[in-house]
Design a protein around this ligand. Structure first.
Ligand code: DX5
Ligand code: ZN
Length: 211
């Protein structure tokens, strides 16, 4: 299993230390919230572009009208740009995918905790580089894992989706094996990693990676 730590709950007084402590992760997950699609605000490019990332970093955009933010995040150097299917039409999703790929950025589509896999059409699945399956309702770190997300992973694989499946929300060392068995490739881990002291994180990352 690959791991993408979320820095949503990082200590921003010493955020560079937090980033350095997760340098052995496969990538870093940036949770951007607009206070409209989700009832919470987090951070955006003015803050994020000044950090030094030890590995590649992806954005999980929880915002209405995601097209407003494509240029900002592509210019910032994200490896993957993931937006929510709940915020776009199918036509807009496909248009955004094309624009991202033209810029050399991987295109990800997210389904929120309450959204069924059927919200993703075959065309969207054909074109997506990654599906992000939320295993909580988007908006906050530290929520409990929704077990029904296991079936969403299985349904995606049963529909023939071959690209990367990432799972986000309430992931810990107790449920990561089930996610691997269901067909997930990468997990986002927030509180289960970032609430631990920096000195313990490299070892925890190894434990996720060997699950
Ligand atoms: C929730 C975010 C998640 C979250 C992960 O809206 O997308 O990335 O911060 O944190 P935990 O692992 O604590 O659920
Ligand atoms: Zn996220």
């Amino acid at each position: 299993m690959k791991i993408s730590p979320s820095i949503l709950d990082a200590d921003f007084k010493a955020v560079q230390q937090d980033l350095d402590s997760i340098a052995t992760a496969d990538r870093i997950h940036l949770d951007v919230m607009d206070g409209q699609y989700v009832p919470n605000l987090s951070f955006g490019p003015p803050v994020l572009k000044n950090l030094n990332y030890p590995v590649e970093y992806e954005v999980h955009l929880m915002a209405q009208n995601p097209d407003r933010f494509v240029d900002l995040f592509c210019d910032m150097g994200v490896s993957t740009f993931t937006f929510h299917i709940e915020t776009v039409t199918e036509e807009k999703a496909l248009e955004l995918f094309n624009g991202l790929k033209e810029r050399g950025v991987k295109a990800g589509i997210c389904i929120d905790g309450a959204t069924p896999v059927s919200a993703l059409s075959d065309e969207v699945l054909d074109q997506a580089d990654q599906v992000l399956v939320m295993s909580v309702q988007a908006g906050f770190g530290g929520q409990s894992f929704m077990p029904e997300s296991i079936n969403k992973i299985k349904t995606l694989r049963a529909r023939g989706f071959k690209a990367e499946i990432e799972v986000d929300g309430g992931v810990n060392l107790d449920n990561v094996k089930l996610l691997a068995q269901a067909g997930a490739d990468i997990v986002v881990v927030g509180s289960a990693l970032m609430k631990q002291p920096t000195a313990l994180r490299a070892n925890l990352i190894t434990q996720f990676q060997s699950s």
